[in-house]
Design a protein around this ligand. Structure first.
Ligand code: SF4
Ligand code: SF4
Length: 342
C-alpha cells in the first residue's frame, strides 16, 4: 500500500486511515475488535473528535497497548481557552497518552489566528510547547475556511470532505496543499454513505499522492473492502469512470451529506437522515427504511416550524425545510410501493 506524507507534519501513514465517527454506534467490545482488525491489517492513522460521544474512549481502549505504533488525530470544538484545555486533557486521558499526534480545531466558522482575541491559536501553540500535541490541524466543511487555513501558513494539516463528487475548487485545494506542504486528510470519501462502491472511492483517492482518506468504518464488510484494495489495487479505468460519472450526475447540487452539524432541531427532527432518505433508499435499496420506527421518524418532519436554526448551522447552506419536504414526499412514494409489494 502506498504511503502518504501529511505535509510538513512529516507524519506518514499508509493510504487507508480510520475515521472514528461511526464506532460510536458499536459496543465497546465490537469497537475494540474492529479497530484491532484494522491495526492488524496495517491501518495506523486513527482520527476522531472530542464531540463524537464515546469514540475517543473506544479508540483509546482499543489502542492503549499499541499507542506508540499508531498516529492519533482528534479534534476540539472548544470556543474558549478554558474549554480547549479541558478537551485536550480529556483526550489525553482517554487515549492514555502524554501527547496527541495531530490536534485539530473542529470545523470553526473562521480560522483561529494569533492575535484574533480568542486566544485559541495561542492555546494550540502552548499545548505544542508543552509537548501535549505534536502538530496543529483544522477541519473545515466550507471551502473558503479551508482555503483560509491553507493560505494562513498556521496549519500543518487540514481535514476536508473530499470524494469523487469533488468540484474544481476542491481539486485546486488539494493542489494548493501540495504546494504549501500542508497535509490533506480526506473525510467523507463515501459522501456520508451516499456512495456505495468503496473500491472505486479508493481508486479515485489513489490519484492524489498527498491525500490521506479516513474511511468511516462501522462494519467488517466496509473495512474488508478497503483492505482488499491494498493487495488488489482497483483500476481507475473506463468502467470506474462511468460509475463515477453516473454518481456525479445523480449527486450534484444541494444534497444533504448527513454530517449532522445542523443538530439539534427543537422539534426533534432527525435532519441528517430525513433530509436525504430518498437518496438513501434509491442508492442502497435497503428495507430498513420502512420499519415502524423509521416511518415515525419521517412523520416528525411534519412538525417542522421553519425556525431556521438548522440552516444557520449547515455548512453547505442547504434550505433544510425544503429538503425535508422533498424527501418526505419521496419517502411516501417509496413506502407506498414497498407496502404494495408485501
Ligand atoms: S427549520 Fe425545521 S428542521 Fe430546522 S431546526 Fe427548525 S424545526 Fe427543525
Ligand atoms: S442538512 Fe446540512 S448540516 Fe444537516 S446533516 Fe445535512 S449537510 Fe449536514
Amino acid at each position: 500500500m502506498a504511503n502518504v506524507r501529511l505535509g510538513r507534519t512529516e507524519l506518514v501513514s499508509p493510504k487507508n486511515g480510520f475515521g472514528g465517527l461511526p464506532i460510536q454506534r458499536l459496543s465497546m467490545d465490537e469497537a475494540y475488535r474492529l479497530v484491532r482488525k484494522a491495526f492488524d491489517n496495517g491501518i495506523v492513522f486513527y482520527d476522531t473528535a472530542n464531540s463524537y460521544s464515546d469514540s475517543e474512549e473506544k479508540l483509546g481502549y482499543a489502542l492503549r497497548d499499541i499507542r506508540d505504533q499508531v498516529i492519533i488525530a482528534t479534534k476540539t470544538k472548544a470556543a474558549t481557552v478554558e474549554a480547549f484545555w479541558k478537551d485536550l486533557e480529556r483526550s489525553l486521558e482517554l487515549f492514555n497518552t502524554d501527547h496527541i499526534d495531530l490536534y485539530q480545531f473542529h470545523n470553526p466558522a473562521v480560522i483561529p489566528m494569533p492575535g484574533d482575541g480568542t486566544g485559541m491559536y495561542e492555546a494550540m501553540l502552548e499545548a505544542k510547547a508543552q509537548g501535549k500535541i505534536d502538530h496543529i490541524g483544522i477541519s473545515a466543511h466550507k471551502i473558503h475556511v479551508a482555503y483560509d487555513a491553507v493560505n494562513s501558513g498556521l496549519y500543518e494539516a487540514i481535514q476536508y470532505p473530499f470524494s469523487y463528487l469533488a468540484d474544481e475548487e476542491e481539486f485546486k485545494l488539494v493542489e494548493l496543499c501540495k504546494q504549501k506542504d500542508v497535509g490533506f486528510i480526506a473525510m467523507k470519501g463515501m459522501a456520508g454513505g451516499l456512495l456505495n462502491n468503496g473500491r472505486i472511492a479508493y481508486a479515485f483517492m489513489e490519484q492524489f499522492d498527498n491525500v490521506l482518506p479516513i474511511w468511516g468504518i462501522q462494519k467488517d464488510a466496509e473495512l474488508d473492502e478497503f483492505l482488499s484494495c491494498i493487495d488488489n489495487l482497483p483500476a481507475f479505468d473506463d468502467e470506474a469512470k462511468a460509475i463515477i460519472a453516473k454518481d456525479q450526475a445523480e449527486l450534484t447540487g444541494d444534497f444533504c451529506r448527513g454530517c449532522g452539524y445542523c443538530k439539534p432541531c427543537p422539534m426533534g427532527i432527525e435532519i441528517n437522515n430525513c433530509a436525504r432518505v430518498g437518496l438513501q433508499i434509491r442508492r442502497t435499496k435497503e428495507a430498513g427504511y420502512f420499519t415502524q420506527a423509521y416511518q415515525e421518524k419521517m412523520e416528525k418532519v411534519k412538525d417542522c416550524i421553519k425556525c431556521g436554526q438548522c440552516m444557520s448551522r449547515c455548512p453547505y447552506g442547504l434550505n433544510i425545510p425544503e429538503l425535508l419536504e422533498k424527501h418526505y414526499a419521496e419517502y411516501q412514494g417509496y413506502l407506498a410501493k414497498h407496502l404494495a409489494e408485501l
